[in-house]
Ligand binder design. Structure first.
Ligand code: AMP
Ligand code: ZN
Length: 296
């Protein structure tokens, strides 16, 4: 789940309070490229009786590894205070900030009203394209019919304001980083990468070449590209297909809602693991040994 530390709209404490209200007992706080929300979430979780898994969602943007351009790697159970880990995240975030400023400048050059300070004030924590989109859509209501149109023309890969980051981890580096911080490296939402034509082949490569240990299986595919609007049956089919893939590759299975507050139309806990599945996953860290077929 995401908080105001990245592009979620609820603070870590608010996320925990909502989890209590919804009866969700365990949550992973996995903000984009930052652990800035973890300490607050852990404190709120201890106070309110929710188990919080310290996590991160690292964005991989590396053009050298063709199929691995723009993947998301989840690191679960990390020591979020590990100084080496935090130092690398700081570099990633700095490159992200520079990238966002460059993207905003392209929009401004095209006459679009989008003040840099307003995007960063809205972001509070680590800025992402959704923050830029929110400011652009609010200040230029007649210019773009929808967020999708803005992404298509400007912010998505191939768009006019798409700027690669000066520094980004390769997938294998991100996996090593998570492992060194005591966490379990899990490839996020394998069916939600519009640029990946063969997810099964990509996941196999991510295991063989980069060493991922798990696969995010349960995921609200109907709320994200490229399966936006999929039926419950289609979502169930995707989840079952990725569960089979994880089993066949000996990868641990995880699940999540990718909750972003009001930033995405996803309910907290809409997808995830049962407590039994979570207990099984947890029993495998910090040194998970994948076992084909035997993991929940
Ligand atoms: P960033 O962290 O700046 O790379 O932005 C990534 C976030 O932008 C993702 O988590 C999505 O929520 C959002 N996003 C990326 N592509 C699109 C798109 N085509 N339409 C809407 N949202 C998108
Ligand atoms: Zn993601």
């Amino acid at each position: 789940m995401h908080t105001t530390a990245s592009d979620g709209t609820l603070t870590p404490t608010e996320v925990i309070e909502l989890a209590v209200a919804e009866g969700v007992q365990v949550i992973g706080i996995a903000d984009h490229d930052t652990v800035g929300g973890v300490a607050e979430a852990l404190a709120a979780g201890a106070r309110l009786g929710v188990e919080v898994v310290p996590a991160v969602e690292l964005s991989i943007q590396n053009r050298i590894e063709k199929d691995f351009v723009e993947l998301h790697l989840l690191g679960y159970g990390i020591d979020y205070t590990n100084p080496d880990f935090v130092a690398v995240l700081d570099r990633v975030v700095q490159a992200r900030i520079e990238q966002k400023i460059a993207q905003i400048k392209v929009l401004q050059r095209d006459g679009i009203d989008v003040p840099v300070e307003e995007v960063f004030a809205l972001a509070r924590g680590v800025p992402g394209r959704p923050h830029i989109a929110q400011v652009v859509l609010a200040r230029n209501p007649d210019r773009f019919p929808s967020k999708a149109a803005l992404f298509r023309e400007y912010l998505a890969e191939g768009g006019k304001a798409y700027v690669p980051r000066r520094f980004s981890l390769r997938l294998a580096e991100a996996v090593d980083l998570v492992v060194q911080a005591g966490g379990v490296p899990v490839l996020a939402h394998p069916g939600a990468y519009p640029g990946v034509s063969d997810p099964a082949a990509m996941v196999r490569r991510a295991r063989d070449e980069a060493g991922i240990r798990g696969l995010e299986v349960a995921y609200p595919y109907d709320k994200n590209r490229p399966h936006y609007g999929a039926s419950p049956q289609q979502v169930a089919a995707l989840i079952s297909q990725f569960a089979d893939l994880a089993d066949s590759l000996g990868l641990l299975k995880t699940g999540g809602s990718d909750f972003h507050g009001a930033g995405k139309n996803i309910a907290l806990g809409e997808q995830g693991l049962t407590l039994e599945e979570f207990a099984c996953f947890k029993s495998q860290w910090p040194n998970p040994k994948p076992q084909s077929g035997s993991v929940f």
